[in-house]
Design a protein around this ligand. Structure first.
Ligand code: FES
Length: 117
């Protein structure tokens, strides 16, 4: 377990990241149209590869619409409640290495607070 993984006295995972994978059938914009699945898959693989996955460590989860679609694709990390937007594998790798592993927020990828649906 990385030393920077927060203790989870009331939880099961040290850090939890949720990726919106929402797909709209009506043609409206959604995270699924912006490589959300690729981001999720990459994150899941990298977390596993780094030995970060599991109880007391990190969990990578799918989510439906998180209602911040205008910034999509989006993901949110708890317990810090840091929202990210990403475009490619390098972005995901940086979130894994910097935030999920070492607890350092990747400021360049943080979703501005005024971005909503
Ligand atoms: S479609 Fe992803 S946040 Fe709404």
């Amino acid at each position: 377990m990385p030393s920077s993984t927060p203790a989870a006295p009331h939880g099961y995972y040290g850090r939890h990241i949720f990726f919106c994978l929402n797909e709209r059938k009506n043609g409206e914009d959604c995270c699924a149209l912006h490589n959300a699945q690729q981001g999720f898959d990459r994150c899941k693989a990298k977390v596993k590869e780094a030995g970060l996955a599991g109880p007391g460590k990190v969990r990578v989860n799918k989510a439906g619409c998180l209602d911040r679609c205008a910034g999509g694709p989006v993901a949110v990390v708890y317990p810090e409640a840091v929202w990210y937007t990403f475009v490619d594998a390098e972005d995901i790798d940086e979130i894994v290495e910097s935030h999920l592993k070492n607890g350092n927020v990747v400021e360049r990828l943080v979703l501005p607070p005024d971005v909503g649906r």
